[in-house]
Design a binder for this molecule. Structure first.
Ligand code: AMP
Length: 118
């Protein structure tokens, strides 16, 4: 069982922000910003590529509710989902990172080349 499924089952503790029947939001254990929340579906899906539109239709307002609850809607926030190896995904259970609490820097890669992008 993956680590986030264990959090859903309560086998691993988490610092919960919001929960309903289908989704859970909790604080990231190793925050990358002053506010760093993870939002997951309770059902195990590997990543964004496995998501169906019906689930996203419900997950979207849940994420917005978390942002409202933490008042991140006022000054803004960043929403990220890492997909697979190149995306830097470490936990193979779909999750959205909500990052905020300050003006976040935007990293650009030195080898970014729009001419080579398809
Ligand atoms: P990703 O690299 O997109 O797969 O992100 C995985 C995130 O899960 C990282 O930011 C970790 O800090 C976080 N994480 C891993 N284990 C836990 C845990 N037990 N509780 C809260 N966050 C965790």
């Amino acid at each position: 069982m993956c680590i986030f499924c264990k959090i859903v089952k309560g086998e691993i503790p988490s610092n919960k922000v919001l929960e309903d029947d289908e989704f859970l939001a909790f604080h990231d254990i190793n925050p990358a910003a002053p506010v760093h929340i993870l939002v997951i579906p309770k059902v195990h899906l590997e990543n964004f590529q496995s998501v169906n539109p019906e689930l996203m239709a419900k997950m979207t307002p849940f994420i917005q509710k978390v942002a409202n609850l933490l008042e991140l809607d006022i000054n803004g926030y960043r929403l990220i989902t890492n997909n697979g190896d190149d995306g830097g995904q470490e936990v193979p259970h779909l999750h959205f990172h909500i990052l905020g609490g300050k003006k976040l820097p935007w990293h650009r890669f030195d080898d970014a080349n729009p001419k080579e992008a398809i």
